[in-house]
Design a protein around this ligand. Structure first.
Ligand SMILES: [Cu+2]
Length: 68
């Protein structure tokens, strides 16, 4: 398992937090997701055999947000 914190740009409300959380949880191999609106970041614990930093960032971008 690996844990990564990804800076996320463009979140403005709790709906955005839900969108990003849902997108990340939809990635195969993701175990836990914690998204902070205040800190503009997502902390993700994932199985490195199934997911990667790139696939996580792609999921966030596909949901309509930017990663720093
Ligand atoms: Cu929002």
């Amino acid at each position: 398992m690996a844990t990564i914190t990804i800076p996320v740009k463009g979140m403005t409300c709790s709906g955005c937090v839900n969108s990003v959380t849902k997108a990340l949880k939809g990635v195969d191999g993701v175990e836990t997701v914690e998204v902070s609106l205040e800190a503009n970041q997502a902390t993700v614990t994932y199985d490195e055999a199934k997911a990667s930093e790139d696939t996580l960032k792609e999921a966030i971008e596909d949901a309509g947000y930017d990663v720093a």
